[in-house]
Design a protein around this ligand. Structure first.
Ligand code: BGC
Length: 739
């Protein structure tokens, strides 16, 4: 063993407290001054113009401002003062081109959010963000609606694939990286959907009923960390209600928390169709987006009327317009005018997407070191998952038709709210082609898996069978259960019964159940892999890439283990036919309350509290090499610092993600940090993890402070939320600070 680096500490993702670097502070004050100056020169009409905008596709071409490309929407500028038009595009997984809005347009597709989160790598998030942000700018956009950080509270939720998992520190750290990357292109990013829009069922009508403390310790903490690390120019308020009040008119969220406590200086834009009144401006909403979807011009004609009638003070317009201007100046949007139609180096961008996909793949199981594929495997049968055409992707506003186009396209849903816009399709490099390129000497055949008996027979005569199993997910629709569906469990079971050397590659937007697990020696979770997802899968299967992904979400053993075994709203007396068909309660249907019994103990914390054993725990992920943890040193007091050494004790180079969990008396365990050392065989590295006290503390709503009582805490250095390797203890002194 070579001990390379005693004293070489890895900076820990998630350890730093909120503090903008000096340079950022200077930018803020300059932006303030420039916003003041611009505002002083504006007419009332010009100020109001900054506060609302349409969905571009619904505006006749002749009526659109010059140079506005079709995307999610736009906000007119003030030409005479050099205030640019804001041209908006979705979103987190690439420059979305849903519904062929720009006919035939393609963009580099990043892997899904859960894949990115599985990398546990904020630098990768930044690189992905920088790449998609540069494409957005090249295509003519200066606002990217990127930064979805709603926590995965229910594995059935339709948009989980867009988000960054179930832990506030992990999700907040990664979204911060992503936003900073996007904004490095002088465009504004929009952290969303603020807040507690954790499911699609009833998203326009449901009310999340949660006390302030659990909210602050979970979903709001993810936003808070993301904003500190990413400094987004904008926040998008969500569709749902919280405590009975719509997110986009919720003063507690938009003013007390966002402005007073977090010091946010940018603007709040609404989600598309999430505005319900002009008075929302007084709660802290600054801009109505996609206004045709609201049906009423709340932030233009009706706002002017409300001011005339004395229902809204005129100064509210100044405040909101100033915030929009502030973001424009702080992020260099005015100083870097758009020049749509610039060329894009799609090959270089695909390399970024491939790196992300490779780091997001999680090796869930590898009995008898079945993977990487042995050189002796000459006859391989690949089955199912449309692996002959590409990798799947999720549907909805984030959908990207990748370079090379979307293939084998069908509707994303037969009925319900997603039926109108979600598409199901495959893109990027086909895993089958990629595997053939990686293994030129092997004989690789493909079957679509529709005939189970034929697939099993083919598996019987092959050296190895690789089954691709997929599950489609889309915005606006949750999933009825956690099964793979479409006969895939039966297919895998039959193939694995026919050939003991079966590998399953899961391509899903959510955790799924695996009734066949014990029969299948090797299982990979490859999520939705994006532009080069197929290449990434092939390179992991063959061992060119040593897998290093770790689950950002718990895979439950059954829905009965979930805090809400029945998805909230799904069993409500159906107000319309569609509800019965697919769970989605649309606007206009009766509202309902959502209770989250887990409170701030989302995901693995709930499992810890209930002592429930998941199918695969949060944080889990295997490697083709082995890692050893040793020399644990813990310092308590005011700040918890955990130091230990990681050694690659196997024969291959690889990256590991050691995680540190802390358990306070009578509390569920919490992730306080992690590292990602990349080590050659025999190499060691000491890592240091310093806890952000908020991750350890409780939020005292009465005192409006983060409070950690003096206490003895248990510390675990683990390979997952349930697999401690080193354990120790620390005495923490009392901690008490403002939010
Ligand atoms: C989604 C947002 C998206 C917006 C604009 C809404 O349906 O919830 O995430 O940014 O549409 O496309």
């Amino acid at each position: 063993m070579i001990k390379m680096s005693t004293g070489l500490c890895l900076a820990l993702a998630g350890s730093a407290l909120a503090s903008f670097p000096l340079q950022a502070k200077e930018v803020v004050s300059t932006a303030d001054r420039r916003a003041d100056q611009a505002l002083a020169k504006m007419t009332f009409e010009e100020k109001v113009r900054l506060l609302h905008g349409p969905m571009t596709a619904l505006v006749a071409p002749a009526k659109r401002p010059q140079g506005v490309v079709i995307g999610a929407g736009y906000i007119e500028g003030v030409d005479r003062l050099g205030v640019p038009v804001l041209v908006e595009t979705d979103a987190s997984l690439g420059v979305s081109n849903l519904m062929d809005m720009r006919k035939g347009d393609v963009a580099t597709a990043l892997p899904s959010g859960l894949s990115l989160a599985a990398s546990w790598d904020p630098e990768l998030a930044r690189a992905g963000g920088a790449m998609i942000g540069s494409e957005a700018r090249a295509k003519g956009f200066n606002v990217m609606l990127v930064g979805g950080v709603n926590l995965v509270r229910d594995p059935r939720a339709g948009r989980n694939f867009e988000y960054l998992g179930e832990d506030p520190l992990l999700a907040g750290t990664l979204v911060g990286g992503q936003i900073a990357g996007v904004q490095s292109n002088h465009i504004i990013a929009t952290i969303k959907h603020y807040a507690l829009n954790n499911q699609e069922t009833g998203r326009n009508v449901a009310s999340v009923e949660m006390d302030e403390a659990p909210m602050r310790e979970s979903d709001l903490l993810a936003f808070q960390i993301g904003m500190e690390k990413g400094d987004p120019g904008s926040v998008m308020c969500a569709y749902n209600r919280i405590g009975g009040t719509y997110a986009c008119e919720n003063k507690f969220l938009l003013t007390d928390v966002l402005r007073r406590d977090w010091g946010f200086k940018g603007f709040v834009m609404s989600d598309w169709g999430a505005v319900h009144s002009s008075e929302a401006i007084m709660a802290g909403l600054d801009q109505q987006s996609g206004e045709q979807l609201d049906g009423k011009r709340y932030f233009s004609d009706l706002l002017v009327k409300a001011i005339e009638e004395g229902k809204v003070p005129k100064s509210a317009v100044d405040t909101a317009a100033h915030r929009v201007l502030h973001a424009i100046y702080a992020h260099g949007v005015a100083d870097h005018p758009l020049q749509p139609g610039q060329s894009i180096d799609y090959d270089a961008h695909a390399d970024v997407a491939q790196r992300a996909a490779e780091q997001g793949i999680v090796l869930l199981r590898n009995e008898g070191d079945m993977l990487p594929l042995a050189a002796s495997a000459k006859r391989i049968v690949v089955i199912g998952g449309n692996a002959d055409v590409g990798v799947p992707g999720g549907g909805g506003s984030s959908q990207v038709a990748p370079v090379g186009g979307l293939k084998r396209v069908t509707k994303g849903a037969d009925s319900g709210p997603a039926a109108g816009f979600a598409k199901r399709g495959y893109g990027g490099t086909a895993p089958l082609d990629a595997l053939r390129a990686e293994l030129p000497d092997a004989q690789i055949s493909y079957l679509d898996g529709k005939d189970v008996a034929v697939a099993a027979a083919a598996a019987r005569t092959a050296d190895i069978a690789i089954v691709f199993a997929e599950k489609y997910a889309a915005e606006a629709i949750d999933q009825p259960d956690l099964t793979l569906g479409e006969g895939q469990d039966e297919l895998i079971d039959a193939v694995a019964s026919a050939n003991g050397k079966t590998v399953v590659v899961l391509e899903t937007g959510n955790p799924v159940l695996m009734p066949w697990q014990s029969k299948v020696p090797a299982i990979l979770s490859a999520w939705y892999g994006g532009q080069r997802g197929g290449v990434a899968i092939a390179r992991v299967l063959t061992g060119k890439v040593n897998p290093s992904g770790h689950l950002p979400v718990t895979f439950p053993a059954s829905v009965d283990q979930l805090p809400n075994p029945v998805l909230p709203g799904s069993a409500a007396p159906a107000a319309d036919k569609e509800t019965r068909a697919v769970y989605g309660l649309q606007a206009g249907t009766k509202g309902f309350d959502i209770h989250y019994p887990e409170g701030s103990d989302v995901g693995y914390r709930w499992f810890d509290r209930k002592e429930a054993k998941p199918l695969y725990p949060f944080g889990h992920g295997l490697s083709y090499t082995r890692f050893r943890y040793h020399d644990l040193k813990i310092t308590g007091g005011r700040m918890l610092t955990v130091r230990f050494t990681v050694t690659n004790s196997g024969a291959r180079a690889g990256a590991d993600v050691p995680q540190v969990y802390v358990t306070r008396p009578r509390k569920a365990k919490r992730l306080i940090g992690w590292a990602k050392p990349d080590l050659k065989p025999g190499e060691s590295r000491e890592v240091t993890i310093t806890a952000d006290p908020r991750v350890l503390a409780d939020f005292d709503a009465g005192a409006q402070r983060w409070v950690l009582p003096a206490s003895a805490v248990q510390v675990e250095v683990s390979t997952s939320a349930t697999d401690p390797v080193l354990t120790g203890a620390a005495k923490m002194s009392r901690f008490n600070r403002k939010p």
